[in-house]
Design a protein around this ligand. Structure first.
Ligand code: EPU
Length: 343
C-alpha cells in the first residue's frame, strides 16, 4: 500500500531554505498525512537512509547536500477547540504557515501570538526552538504538542512541561529525530493583557493608549518594527538571528561592563544575558560583506546570503565572527540555526 507517498530523487532544496543555499536531497517526499509520514520513515529505515524533517527551512543551514530522505512537512489544517468564555485553544497542523496563523488568531480577536508576527517558518517548527520576539515566547501560550514517536511509530501528546522549553531551546531541539511534531495547541484569550514593554515596540507605538489597542494592531506594529530592522528572506536570504544571545555569569559580566559601560544586557535568573548583536556590532562586523555572504547592515545578529553563498561561505563567516567576539570580549557565541548535511 503506498498511501500516495511519492519519493523524488536529487531534489534541489534552494527554494526550500530561507538562506537560499543550493543543496540537493538524495531523496525527497512531501508529507501530507500521518500515514505518509510513517511510510516514509519505514522506507528510510529499510534503505538505511537518514531522514531530515523540513518545515519552512528558516532555521537551518545546509553545509552540503543531504545524503538521505528529506521529509517536507505539508500537513495542513487549523481549528478552534474548547471555546469557553474569553478563552480558546487554537489547533494548528505542523505544516501551517506560522505568520498566517498569527494573523488569523489576531483577526479573530484572540491575544497571545501578536508579538510573534512575521517570524518565518511553520507551526510545527515553532516549538523546536521555542520561537520568541518582543518579550513573548511560544511557550507562553503552548498547551500541548501532538507528535509521532519515531521509535514506536505511535502518535503521542506531550504537555508543555514535557517539551522542556527554555530560551530558543526545547526537548525536540536537544533530541533531534526522537519525535516529529504533527500538531500544536495554543491557549489564547480575548482578554489577556497585551505585552508592549519591549523597547522597540514602545518606541514605535509612542504614547498610544494601550487599553484601546487590538491584537491585530499590535501584530501590525511588530511587522513594521521587524521590517525596519530585519531583512526579508525573499529579497535578502537569511535565517534570522544566527547566534543565541549568550548567557554569562555575574562575575564575568561585571568585569566586562567595567570595560564596556554601554554593553546591552538583560539580567536573568542564572546570570546575565548579553545582546549578541551588540557584541558583533562592536567587534566591527555590522554591514561587513565579501563577494557572497555578509552581516546585515541594520541587525548585526543576522548573516545574509548576498549572492550564491553556500554553506561553507556562511559557516566560515560565522566562525570568523565567533573568533573575533571571543577575542574582543571573551564571550562564546552559540550558533542558533541547525547545521545540516555536514560531512
Ligand atoms: N544592537 C546593536 N547592534 C545591532 C542590533 C542590535 O548594538 O546591529 C543592540 C541594540 O542596542 C538592542 C540590542 O542589541 O538594544 C538587542 O537588539 P534587538 O532588540 O534587535 O534584539 P536581539 O536580542 O538582537 C532578539 C531575538 C530576535 C527577536 C528580537 C526582538 C535572539 C537570538 N534573537 O534579537 O529573534 O526578533 O530579539 O525580540 O534571541 C530570531 O530568533 O531569528 C530573531 C530574529
Amino acid at each position: 500500500m503506498s498511501y500516495g507517498l511519492r519519493i523524488r530523487e536529487q531534489v534541489d532544496l534552494r527554494d526550500l531554505n530561507t538562506m537560499a543555499i543550493a543543496a540537493k536531497a538524495r531523496q525527497f517526499a512531501d508529507i501530507e498525512t500521518t500515514d505518509q509520514l510513517v511510510q516514509a520513515l519505514d522506507t528510510a529505515q529499510e534503505q538505511q537512509l537518514k531522514t531530515l524533517l523540513l518545515g519552512g527551512g528558516s532555521n537551518l543551514v545546509f553545509a552540503g547536500d543531504f545524503d538521505g530522505l528529506v521529509l517536507h512537512m505539508a500537513l495542513r489544517g487549523r481549528c478552534w477547540e474548547q471555546v469557553q468564555g474569553d478563552s480558546a485553544v487554537l489547533v494548528l497542523a505542523a505544516g501551517e504557515n506560522w505568520h498566517d496563523a498569527v494573523l488569523y488568531a489576531a483577526r479573530s480577536g484572540y491575544r497571545g501570538l501578536e508579538n510573534l508576527a512575521l517570524i518565518p517558518g511553520t507551526a510545527g517548527a515553532a516549538p523546536v526552538q521555542n520561537i520568541g520576539a518582543y518579550g513573548v515566547e511560544l511557550c507562553d501560550t503552548l498547551e500541548s504538542v501532538t507528535a509521532l514517536d519515531c521509535g514506536s511509530r505511535e502518535v503521542v501528546t506531550l504537555s508543555a512541561e514535557q517539551c522542556q522549553f527554555a530560551y530558543r531551546d526545547s526537548f525536540f531541539k536537544r533530541n533531534p529525530g526522537r519525535y516529529i511534531i504533527l500538531e500544536i495547541r495554543l491557549r489564547l484569550s480575548r482578554s489577556a493583557p497585551l505585552k508592549l514593554d519591549y523597547r522597540d515596540l514602545q518606541d514605535y507605538l509612542g504614547d498610544v493608549d494601550a487599553a484601546k489597542l487590538t491584537p491585530l494592531e499590535v501584530a501590525e506594529a511588530v511587522m513594521a518594527v521587524r521590517r525596519r530592522k530585519l531583512p526579508d528572506p525573499e529579497t535578502l536570504p537569511n535565517t534570522g538571528s544566527f547566534f543565541k544571545n549568550p548567557v554569562i555569569d555575574k562575575a564575568q559580566f561585571e568585569r566586562l561592563q567595567e570595560r564596556f559601560p554601554d554593553l546591552v544586557f538583560y539580567p536573568i535568573a542564572d546570570g546575565v544575558k548579553l545582546a549578541a548583536a551588540w557584541l558583533i556590532d562592536h567587534a566591527g562586523w555590522k554591514g561587513f560583506r565579501n563577494a557572497r555572504v555578509g552581516i546585515h547592515n541594520r541587525q548585526a545578529l543576522v548573516l545574509v546570503n548576498h549572492s550564491q553563498g553556500d554553506g561553507a561561505d556562511v559557516l566560515a563567516l560565522a566562525e570568523d565572527v565567533r573568533v573575533s567576539v571571543r577575542k574582543e570580549f571573551g564571550v562564546e557565541l552559540e550558533v542558533e540555526p541547525g547545521i545540516v548535511g555536514a560531512s
